[in-house]
Write a protein of this length. Structure first.
Length: 292
């Protein structure tokens, strides 16, 4: 009846041995006597049970006994052994590349980034601050510029009004002075341009019944752009040779009526004057009127 080998647990049919030595296992060479049935009785059922997990048996070339050692003087050729075994890629051919990358990333040492330090505050130049102005600052700046412009204009107006007597005598500035004085209710000096008066008629004759007294009268027109005051008229008396016998500058109060208030002569307006003078000599035969 077969028995189980105590070493490899394989069933073995024991052969009778004529000597006293135990029978060896034909598979592993272990002795079978210790587990042989005593007195030729029935073997135990445990010989048919096999363990759940067993290590593979060590096969030997000779089942009858251990292999003979190699001869001591045998020449054995040296074999080249690589210093480092080649690495085996354990990634299956069909494995996803994402899984392979994940395994590679898991083996990579991750160095944590240092925490950022506190930001250093830098001061920008003042001319760059205009680019970071807010809407409130913009409105404030506009009001300031408007105030500057208004104050500048007010200063210019004050200068013009303070010097209006001189500026009013210039044709370039007079319109502006008149406009400002019309708004601020100030007086503008009357325009004076004697050369703009044009003589229309003139006459000097003696007065009947009053010997030695002459009557001088003239009519003239204002051709200036603005109204003018009554001019100063220079009356000159001459003899037949052209020599000056007498001259007099007649003021408006001299040739205007006493009860008449002088009113400026408007542009294109005509005016008349008349005055009595004493004859300086009986040889007066010529006269002239000039505007001053």
């Amino acid at each position: 009846m077969p028995i189980s080998c105590p070493q490899c647990q394989r069933p073995v049919d024991p052969e009778p041995q004529h000597d006293a030595s135990p029978a060896p296992c034909p598979h592993c060479g272990a002795p079978l006597t210790a587990y042989a049935p005593a007195g030729g009785g029935s073997p135990s059922l445990a010989i048919f049970l096999h363990p759940a997990t067993t290590s593979p048996p060590t096969r030997q070339d000779d089942a009858s006994g251990p292999a003979d050692p190699p001869p001591a003087h045998a020449d054995v050729a040296p074999r080249d052994v690589p210093e480092t075994a080649p690495e085996v890629d354990d990634t299956a051919p069909g494995e996803d590349s994402v899984h392979a990358g994940a395994r590679h990333a898991a083996t990579t040492d991750i160095t944590p980034e240092p925490a950022p330090g506190p930001a250093r505050r830098t001061t920008a130049p003042r001319f760059l601050h205009a680019a970071r102005t807010t809407s409130v600052q913009t409105r404030k700046a506009r009001r300031q510029w408007a105030a500057v412009v208004a104050l500048t204009l007010l200063l210019c107006v004050q200068i013009v009004l303070a010097d209006r007597a001189r500026l009013a005598t210039q044709a370039t500035w007079r319109p502006l002075v008149m406009a400002l004085c019309g708004a601020f209710r100030c007086d503008v000096p009357t325009w004076r341009e004697p050369t703009a008066f044009t003589m229309l008629s003139r006459d000097v004759r003696p007065i009947l019944g009053q010997p030695g007294t002459l009557q001088a009268q003239a009519t003239f027109r204002n051709d200036a752009r603005w109204a003018q005051a009554w001019p100063v008229i220079l009356l000159t008396l001459k003899d037949a040779d052209g020599r000056t016998l007498g001259a007099r500058a007649l003021q408006p109060d001299d040739y205007l009526p006493q009860d008449e208030r002088p009113v400026p002569i408007g542009p294109g307006q005509s005016a008349q004057m008349a005055v009595r003078i004493r004859e300086p000599s009986a040889n007066v035969v010529a006269f002239s009127f000039d505007f001053r």
